[in-house]
Ligand binder design. Sequence first.
Ligand code: SAH
Ligand code: SF4
Length: 369
Amino acid sequence: MSKLNLIGLSRSELETRLQKMGEKRFHGRQLFKWLYSVRQYDFELMTDLSKELRDKLAENFEIKELNPEDHKISVDGTEKFLFRLDDNKPIETVVIPSEEEDRRPSTSSGQSPSTNSGRNTACISSQAGCAVGCFFCATGTMGLLRDLTAGEIVGQLMFLRDKYGPTAFSNVVMMGMGEPLLNFKNVIDAIRIMTDEIGLNISPKKIVLSTSGITPKIIKLAEEKVGVRLALSLHAATQQKRQVIMPIAKTFKLDNLMKAVRLYADSSNLPVTFEYILFAGFNDTRQDVEDLSRLVRGLRCKINVIAYNPVPGLDFKRPSDDKINWFGKELNQKVRAVTVRKSRGMDIDAACGQLAARKFEKDRVSAQI
Ligand code: SAH
Ligand code: SF4
């Protein structure tokens, strides 16, 4: 029988498991710290546990990390890892250097560009594939392969810290593959491990959960009080337009969705980010600026205007740079916090919406690793 992998178990789950083995609960806390904070994966070296307990743990459990099957580095320093899960399902994780950093491609020795001042963003996956099927997204074309476990979600961050050290990343965005709010329990468990001070000890304010807009789950997220930042993938400012590009918008209508977003902003006391992909000739006119600014009026928020990253086979166009700048400027006159986001890692298909591991597989043979 295979042993249970401890990575992904919460502090209370570890305490309960040890208690069931006839041990004191506080050993669960010690184990939690070894796992996530120290990242010591050899039971024998967990020196504040008795020899007897260490042997017992080794008999019953294992600590198994994610193993990258592939790794690509963009000219702009963005890195993408492909992990093959136990059941062979692929997921991808991306590390995006802060734009001020002069990052050079890393070498295989583990001397990474990530050993800079640590202002990197780790973009992690919450599912293998995605069921939501937004018409512009490469991950959406894969369909849902399966939910990730909490261990597979935090495992992506643990891998990065093990490879590059404590400065591997300073921010986490759940903008990789998958819709985090459709894998709710595991995502919440993972967030609790990430934010626990004897876990990965990441401030919740440094974590962004991005959603396509699953209204009831946004309300539930507010109730969980995890304190992470919320990003809504809006992409169109009216119900009519939004449902043309995002089928999920037919289920979760924009007016209710915005109420839930406002509720989250109030209860978390944090500004919400709206992601707005610009598609040429679809949502890039003055009218769209008007609609968008009206929609967010009175809400403490930030709008990220993102140029569409082309996905082969999908029928959308990226606007010209001039058009993107114009839109950003116009919007900025009405809404204070607007950023226009440059694409990162496009040459290795690591940009937002370009993660589709099947394509990665096809490319592998010719990739320069
Ligand atoms: N499922 C979540 C998080 C993963 S997608 C969500 O949809 O929010 C992360 C971001 O990439 C989302 O804002 C999504 O709309 C955006 N995205 C998807 N395809 C894209 C593309 N081709 N170009 C630019 N952004 C894209
Ligand atoms: Fe899924 Fe997000 Fe892609 Fe939509 S944009 S298909 S929700 S990963």
